[in-house]
Ligand binder design. Structure first.
Ligand SMILES: NC(=O)c1ccc[n+]([C@@H]2O[C@H](COP(=O)([O-])OP(=O)(O)OC[C@H]3O[C@@H](n4cnc5c(N)ncnc54)[C@H](OP(=O)(O)O)[C@@H]3O)[C@@H](O)[C@H]2O)c1
Length: 223
């Protein structure tokens, strides 16, 4: 790596990714391409993941979950039924992107998400007490992330919704999303995350920023 490239990485900061599955690795590759220093972890020790990370996300570093959690920005991309295996203490104070969805078909019926009007990210946020949780990346398929990424200003650029209770955290996440190749539209507080959960029009579609803003407005008006 030349010095210019190192400065580029330093200027972007570190992104920790919890989950080295379909979503975690797609976001990792986009973040590496955008110039972030990317640290990927699973629930297993870093050494167990080194080879696969080198192959699937070249340029990323395999780390333990605690090290990934200490990044400037943390993406959580694990099966939602595993959310209580996250270390809430390690993530306290961190800006955390919740990319997870509740799918009873794969997660099983989980009372935490079934018997509530809360959005799934509010439930996660209550567990990650102290984290600055922003919901996003959940309504784009892992296989669409790299093909749909585009430079800022590209006509019809795909947009991702963000929801969260912390405006500064949302600003940081919007910047991250932009550098990865997408516009973002602020849906509002974390409670508004339910307007782009599985089963919604937004979850099932592909939108540019103007279309997504309209779809969010329709969804909030209907709520
Ligand atoms: N598939 C999609 O297109 C898509 C799109 C958007 C959002 N989502 C959502 O994103 C989440 C992940 O989906 P996926 O398809 O990427 O899942 P996946 O391919 O099954 O990968 C899950 C990853 O999470 C890791 N993991 C589990 N518990 C962990 C923990 N406590 N800390 C760190 N890593 C942990 C697993 O590794 P170990 O078990 O070895 O720890 C595995 O690497 C789900 O909630 C899903 O609904 C999926």
């Amino acid at each position: 790596m030349d010095i210019g490239a190192q400065e580029h990485v330093a200027s972007r900061g570190t992104v920790g990714i919890l989950g080295a599955g379909r979503v975690g690795t797609a976001i990792a590759r986009l973040a590496i391409a955008a110039g972030y220093l990317v640290k990927v972890a699973t629930s297993k020790p870093a050494a167990d993941n080194e080879l696969i990370i080198e192959i699937v996300t070249p340029g990323a570093v395999a780390v333990d979950a605690a090290e990934a959690a200490a990044s400037d920005l943390v993406v959580v991309a694990i099966p939602l039924h595993r959310y209580k295996t996250l270390d809430a203490g390690a993530l306290s104070g961190r800006v955390v992107i919740d990319a997870m969805n509740y799918w009873a078909a794969t997660d099983g019926d989980i009372a935490d998400f079934e018997n509530t009007n809360l959005s799934s990210s509010e439930v996660v946020s209550a567990y990650l007490d102290g984290s600055r949780v922003v919901k996003s990346f959940n309504h784009i398929g892992y296989h669409e992330m790299e093909p749909d990424a585009a430079e800022p200003g590209t006509p019809d650029r795909r947009a991702l919704a963000i929801a969260g209770d912390d405006d500064l955290a949302k600003e940081l996440v919007a910047g991250f999303i932009d550098t990865l190749g997408f516009d973002s539209v602020d849906a509002g507080e974390l409670a508004a995350g339910n307007s782009f959960e599985p089963g919604t029009d937004i979850f099932n579609g592909r939108f540019n920023a103007a279309e997504l803003a309209n779809a969010l407005q329709r969804s909030l008006a209907a709520a």
